[in-house]
Design a protein around this ligand. Sequence first.
Ligand SMILES: C[S@@+](CC[C@H](N)C(=O)[O-])C[C@H]1O[C@@H](n2cnc3c(N)ncnc32)[C@H](O)[C@@H]1O
Length: 349
Amino acid sequence: MIRIDIATLFPDMCESYLSESIVGRGRKAGHIDIRCHNIRDYAGNKHNRVDDKAYGGGTGMVMQAQPIYDCITAIKQEIGTSPRIIYMSPQGRVLTQDIVKELAGEDSLIILCGHYEGVDQRVLDELGAEEISVGDYVLTGGELPALILSDAIARLQDGVLPNSDAYSIESHYNGLLEHPQYTRPEIWHDRAVPGVLLTGAHDAVAKWQEETALEVTRRKRPDMLYDHRTDGEPYARYIRVFVPHKEREYDIVAFMKMIFHRRILTNREQKILKRMMPVLDSLPTPPEYPEQSQDVTIWLKAKNAGHILDMYAPLFDMLREHDIDYRIEYSDTPSGVHVAENDNFTVFA
Ligand SMILES: C[S@@+](CC[C@H](N)C(=O)[O-])C[C@H]1O[C@@H](n2cnc3c(N)ncnc32)[C@H](O)[C@@H]1O
């Protein structure tokens, strides 16, 4: 269970949100531990002042370093470790589901909320705080951003939602937006629920959901379908790698399986390949490979082409080391008759 400590000038504002609904229930049931601390308790002066005018002038006030430092030091002493400190700031990395996933894996986090003109830079430097923004706009304080981050982390903790399906198929978790949702009645204002959802045919429903998610993403957020790390490589959920071999072309998995069985690879390469391609074990092993390989096409699958290329980088290195040429085909609708699939592969016959 993750523990989140929020350091703020407005703990009641945070408590009121965090005590309600799903997060509130998750806290009560002990699936997540979130505590709010009042920085003003560490003011150390009789007027409880925690801010002062900015050096160099300017209209607003700046939160002073010492009360923030003392508050966070007290939290660290209470926890007994030095967790990552996140300062909610419009200047930080913009929050994404990937960042949420990363932070959700920590044992504990301290979140600092600024207010007014912000906080004295020196305390951020002294604490080694990371900055996270909730978007390219400015709010009056860090409380809403801290609540956004805590909420997003909370729903990934075991027990907060009924099961991991509840968040893993939602928008952004796997690089796509989610398919549209419908509930009763079946017809409302002459608008019918898509028929396939009423059939109870699990495979057909899953296919509809996957295709619709792709279509919705393409329409609403085409920017999500390009992988910027690969210089705008066109979006593709699947790639197929061809290797020319004795003047014939084989898809990569069939080809690797063939050379795997002929022991062309070193032990280390065999290990890499087995780890990357559990499908090698699950495919039939005909005594006569290349022939059989023509009947089976494996489309490597990921959230987009760039991720596949990253995921299989050791494989491509291996091909280059063996002076094996290869050619890549991108697609978001792999051809053939669907046979089987797991997280990384879709097999078509
Ligand atoms: C008015 S803002 C200060 C903005 C700061 N003077 C600047 O221009 O970068 C006050 C506080 O609100 C919080 N805040 C405002 N916008 C935010 C955003 N987009 N993301 C995260 N925190 C934000 C920060 O904690 C910040 O210290």
